[in-house]
Ligand binder design. Structure first.
Ligand code: 4DW
Ligand code: GAR
Length: 217
């Protein structure tokens, strides 16, 4: 069976992109990164992709008046590369309902909280302000709402009394780099089913269960 063709959308640093690049370089990984698209020309993740020999495309949203025109250009780059699964990795532009519908069940995101807690921006500030003792990260299918959609994988981390948004973000990021490649692997292996908007993982015997083994503390 051929590897699943993946496109990654970024806006910045690209450390989750790097985790996917590193995973895809391991023998037997069932997905291949075909294109990395950034809406920010200066995104550091573009150099990571180039270093790994992955095609890069910049679609600078500032050059487009209409979100639809921007997204049409993104879609052209994804289609040109034969992309079957789109991974948002620190991609910070809101995608329209029509884009999300077009890629329904083929579009996933990583978010640095235990969704549905703490949507949107400044997530770690929100977690510290709420006083939670546990935070974490979530890989989810993207739906029309922001930071909404069936949950593929989550990992938990402790919140320390001395944490700042920066120290908490760093602890969560380590787990992001574990669960994003894991989630892409499960999809690429064809083991993921969405049943009543919940993700089920197919076992060898054909039964389907929720993913069980991603939690860490
Ligand atoms: C996300 C959600 C909203 C904005 C930025 C990031 C998180 C993941 C995500 C990216 N694109 C998405 C999602 C999502 O969960 N659901 C959908 N699309 N439909 C956001 O509001 N960004 C605004 C400003 C960005 C900027 O100033 O650069 C925007 O208007 O796009
Ligand atoms: C990551 O922490 C990711 O979870 C977060 O942005 C960071 C991107 O870092 N994404 C969101 O907040 C989406 N709502 P990276 O560019 O190094 O992967």
């Amino acid at each position: 069976m051929g590897a699943l063709t993946v496109g990654v959308l970024i806006s910045g640093r690209g450390s989750n992109l790097q985790a996917l690049i590193d995973a895809a370089a391991t023998p037997g990984y069932p997905a291949r990164l075909a294109v990395v698209i950034s809406n920010v020309p200066s995104a550091a993740g573009l150099a990571r992709a180039a270093k790994a020999g992955i095609a890069t495309v910049v679609v600078d949203h500032k050059k487009f008046q209409m979100r639809e025109a921007f997204e049409a250009e993104v879609n052209r780059a994804l289609d040109d590369a034969g992309v079957e699964l789109v991974c948002l990795a620190g991609f910070m532009r809101l995608l329209s309902d029509s884009f999300v519908r077009h890629w329904r069940d083929r579009l996933i995101n990583i978010h640095p909280s235990l969704l549905p807690a703490f949507r949107g921006l400044h997530v770690h500030e929100q977690a510290l302000a709420a006083g939670v003792r546990i935070s974490g990260c979530t890989v989810h299918y993207v739906r029309e709402g922001v930071d909404d959609g069936p949950i593929l994988a989550q990992a938990a981390v402790p919140v320390a009394p001395t944490d700042t948004p920066e120290t908490l973000a760093a602890r969560v990021l380590v787990q992001e780099h574990r669960i994003y490649p894991l989630a892409v692997r499960l999809i690429a292996e064809g083991r993921v089913r969405i049943v009543e908007e919940k993700v089920m993982i197919e076992e060898e015997d054909g039964s389907a269960v929720p993913l069980f083994n991603t939690a860490t503390l």
